[in-house]
Ligand binder design. Structure first.
Ligand code: N01
Length: 548
């Protein structure tokens, strides 16, 4: 079904939503229930956000499908049938489209519409959003649901336009797919996207060269068809499971919390535990082996070394195995990848690993990649699995400012500042979903999306019920939250990794730890206390005061 026509679309809204992915769609549903006039603006030609754009071979979610789905409607979660343990990109996109139809969300989504500017006028107490095509939309509230891994980044390699073959980015994959048969392909990047696509491209291509700058830890996903034995009991107690998941740091249930510290356990028993978790598949289970894996380096070393040894025993060529075995960061401090036959792929005759840490890419040429040493790799196609301008990229691409001189890009120059990851001081009535300072990216994302959107909807409802129409965090509350986010991160091993969590993948980006790693459970409790306690740290007002 097509989206509503742009020309007849309403331009005076209660809430304008930027983004038509999982967050934007749930925001439509939730805010509409309050009787509000809402509309979401989506840059893509279809809904689904991340799952609309990331169509690279092997793209699938690394959280199990029974968990990675909306929980807001019992009938929906009972009826939807996930065919596999982990959802593939096409399957998740199919699910999102089903949800949109089932809850009649499409009529409030405007596709092919990129928001370029959002300006707030204090006197009118109104946001005006401007689209790339010049359309203007006015709204009292603005919900930024633009994603946190939604700004694909291709490194600024010299000569990129000289390359005569085709090149692709994982997050902007052609919808018609890409045929690699018979080609010499290069994949640059070995994060979650690279690790998923490499085994599949290796099967198609004549030859595959992987350019690795940093080795990443990856665990076997152990994907499998969904069985009645797995699905039945889960669905029988779905709502209780969802509630239990909310009491966990990752918002993922079903994994018993660890009770013991790593080094209290004899080495032999530890090895058995790690082996069992390796066989079980999945990352949460592994990181839940002991209580202190993400806070004690010596403890973490045991879990890291176990995986390094698995890599050494899988990859036949010793030099390649050593290059693939991560040594520069503790396991779990970068996003832990899940794979199907990733390390095994390096045993194939047609796959080569190039270490671009010791010999960086100097430039692209008409025929491939030239390294600093002068060595050249001839390629017919290049895939950039080089990641995203994470967490701040999407918002910084929009010119967000207020009439009284606040400019978001300037406010965030030294790193993003938010209160609870939900609002920014100086920018009233603008809410952010799973942005910097939120636990979103460290959790089952849809749980965070639902929690954030519920909090935003309840807050807008609260304002309306109290004849108020403006909310903004105080600068002090914002600073205190940013310090708290950093203090929590500093009490863990996370800062030891050069990851997108700290903006390390973008040259020149301020090095600030962006996600809240204190856990979904603690975060939700804090948000609930704040709303129940009269919104300390926020100023709530009625804007007529400004006009007087
Ligand atoms: O991106 P990344 P991603 N020269 O930033 C390398 C989610 N996700 O798209 O580590 C050479 O992790 C870079 O090297 P280094 C998930 O949250 C989830 O893979 O910076 N190499 C790195 O190896 C994930 O964390 C799923 O040294 C360069 C890679 O490119 C997030 O999205 C699937 C380079 C980028 O890795 C991002 O994952 C996919 C250069 N100039 C994604 N620049 C699932 O649910 C960058 N690199 C399974």
């Amino acid at each position: 079904m097509p989206d509503a026509s742009h020309s007849s679309a309403p331009r005076d809204l209660d809430v304008a939503i930027v983004g038509g992915g999982l967050a934007g769609l749930y925001a439509i549903h939730r805010l509409r229930k309050l009787g509000l006039k809402v509309r979401a603006y989506e840059a893509g030609s279809g809904i689904g956000g991340t799952w609309f754009w990331n169509r690279y071979p092997g793209a699938r979610c690394d959280v199990e499908s029974l968990e990675y789905s909306y929980s807001f409607d019992e009938a929906l979660q009972q009826e939807w049938k996930w065919p596999e343990r982990y959802g593939t990109q096409p399957e998740i996109l199919r699910y999102i489209n089903h949800v949109a139809d089932r809850f009649d969300l499409r009529r409030d989504v405007q596709l092919d519409t990129r928001i370029k500017a959002a300006h707030f006028d204090r006197k009118a107490n109104q946001w005006t959003l401007r689209t790339e095509a010049g359309e203007e939309i006015r709204a009292r509230y603005c919900v930024m649901a633009a994603g946190n891994l939604s700004t694909p980044r291709v490194p600024d390699f010299k000569g990129i336009h000289d390359f005569k073959g085709k090149w692709y980015h994982s997050g902007l994959w052609p919808h018609e797919g890409v045929e690699f048969t018979g080609l010499r392909v290069g994949v640059i990047g070995t994060g979650s996207s690279g690790v998923q696509m490499i085994p599949i491209i290796a099967q198609q291509a004549k030859h595959l060269t992987v350019f690795q700058r940093t080795a990443n830890f990856s665990l076997p996903a152990r994907n499998m068809p969904m069985t009645p034995e797995r699905e039945g009991p889960h669905k029988a107690e779905y709502s209780a499971r969802r509630a239990a998941a909310q009491e966990t740091p990752f918002a993922i249930g079903g994994y018993p919390r660890p009770t013991r510290k790593t080094l209290e356990v004899p080495a032999e028993e530890r090895a058995k535990t790690y082996e069992a978790k390796w066989q079980e598949g999945g990352s949460i289970s592994y990181l839940y082996s002991y209580t202190d894996l993400l806070v004690d380096k010596e403890a973490n070393d045991t879990a890291s070394e176990f995986v390094r040894n698995k890599i050494r025993s899988t990859v036949k060529d010793r030099k390649t195995a050593e290059l693939l075995a991560p040594k520069d960061h503790p396991i779990g401090t970068k996003r832990l990848c899940l794979d199907t036959n990733y390390y095994e792929t390096y045993n194939r005759e047609n796959v080569a690993l190039v270490d671009v840490r010791s010999d960086p890419i100097k430039e692209l040429t008409a025929t491939g990649v030239r390294l600093q040493s002068g060595a050249e790799v001839e390629l017919d196609a290049i895939v950039f699995a080089t990641g995203f301008d994470a967490m701040t990229g999407a918002l910084n691409e929009i010119d967000v400012r207020t009439g009284d001189g606040a400019v978001l890009r300037r406010h965030w120059e030294g790193g993003p500042l938010t209160y609870l990851g939900l609002m920014v001081s100086g920018f009233p009535n603008m809410f952010v979903v799973t942005g910097p300072g939120s636990p979103g990216v460290k959790t089952q994302m849809i749980a965070s999306i639902e929690q954030h959107v519920d909090w935003i909807a309840d807050t807008i409802d609260h304002l309306g019920k109290h004849q108020l129409d403006r909310i903004e965090p105080t600068p002090k509350a914002e600073m205190d939250w940013v310090h708290h986010v950093n203090a929590v991160a500093d009490s863990t091993l996370y800062p030891l990794a050069n990851s997108w969590y700290v903006g390390a993948n973008i040259p020149g980006k301020p090095r600030v730890f962006m996600p809240y790693v204190g856990g979904f459970d603690r975060y939700k409790k804090r948000c609930d206390e704040i709303s129940a306690g009269g919104y300390p740290g926020f100023t709530l007002s009625r804007h007529k005061a400004d006009v007087a």
